[in-house]
Design a binder for this molecule. Structure first.
Ligand code: ATP
Length: 279
């Protein structure tokens, strides 16, 4: 379980990114973190594993007080927190398997990782994870030979290889097309349930979040202004998060995108039918 109390972040510039955020995420629950640009979503995600130092407040991962750790202890504790990024952050010239095994870097002595000698159990685990994310046949490919969706699957397997107790996920679908985005969201949610992992996903796409996560937290100007199930996210709630104008623009954009996707899909079907000689 993740427990955050009174988390505050004030940058040196005086920008108050977080203003006393308090929340709990139980094991196996996936939270979609939404809010307008500048609301503090990235700051919140990064304060949890102290990539950014919080100004005040506490972060507990199960019984561990992450905010009270020394730098050395923090390095060890970060093994317990998996991160998945928008841009995958893979090592391009390494194979899929090597990228997944790099999730274990915090666990093996330097010489072993330098010579790429990982214990057999780690390799077996990596194969099992690649199978879970649907990449069994790609383990020897270089990362730069993969599609965006496949790359994100490697990112997920790598985060799981470190055997985390929490997943922090930053815009996992921002570089993906709508269909692949849905596949990736479905995979993340299924895996978190299977492994009883709590997770927070910073996600711009409200409709995508609503379709897949069981709980949504809306941030506005560093404060939690909505916390509830996706079906409670009505226009009033969305307005409290994004404001009137932003919400209107977003709905229009979402319906334009959906319309474009429907039109492209229909066009593909027609082309397939022509190829098959149906029409
Ligand atoms: N390194 C920094 N120094 C100073 N101010 C910062 C820094 N990083 C973020 N901020 C400010 O903190 C506030 C929250 O930013 P943050 O990036 O956390 O928001 P966000 O919701 O993730 O936005 P976006 O969706 O655009 O990524 C903003 O006002 C931003 O300008």
């Amino acid at each position: 379980m993740l427990r955050i109390t009174g988390l505050t972040k004030t940058y040196k510039t005086g920008d108050k990114a977080l203003k006393g955020v308090t929340l709990e995420v139980p094991a196996g629950q996936v939270v979609g973190l939404i809010g307008p640009s500048g609301a503090g979503k990235s700051s919140l995600i990064r304060c949890i594993n102290r990539l950014i130092e919080p100004s005040e407040g506490k972060v507990f991962l199960n019984s561990l007080d992450v905010t009270g750790l020394s730098r050395d202890d923090l390095r060890l504790a970060r093994r317990r927190i998996g991160m998945i990024f928008q841009e995958y952050a893979l090592v391009e010239r390494l194979t899929v398997m090597e990228n997944v095994l790099s999730g274990r870097l915090g666990y093996v002595p330097f010489w072993r990782s330098f010579f790429r000698r990982y214990p057999e159990e780690y390799v077996a685990n990596a194969f099992a994870l690649l199978d879970r994310v649907g990449l069994t046949d790609h383990s020897d490919k270089r990362a730069d030979a993969l599609s965006g969706g496949q790359r994100q699957r490697v990112g997920i397997a790598r985060a799981l290889e470190q055997d985390p107790e929490l997943l922090l996920i930053d815009e996992p679908t921002a570089s993906l097309d709508p269909k692949t985005s849905r596949q990736i969201m479905r995979l993340i949610v299924e895996i978190c349930r299977e492994r009883e992992l709590p997770a927070i996903i910073n996600i711009h796409d409200v409709l995508l979040a609503q379709a897949f996560v069981e709980r949504i937290i809306g941030l506005r100007a560093g404060e939690v202004v909505f916390d509830g199930p996706p079906e409670a996210l009505d226009i009033a709630a969305l307005t409290s998060i994004y404001g009137e104008e932003d919400w209107d623009a977003m709905r229009k954009q979402a319906s334009d995108d959906a319309e474009e996707e429907r039109a492209a899909h229909a066009e593909r079907l027609r082309a397939d039918e022509r190829m098959a000689g149906v029409v």
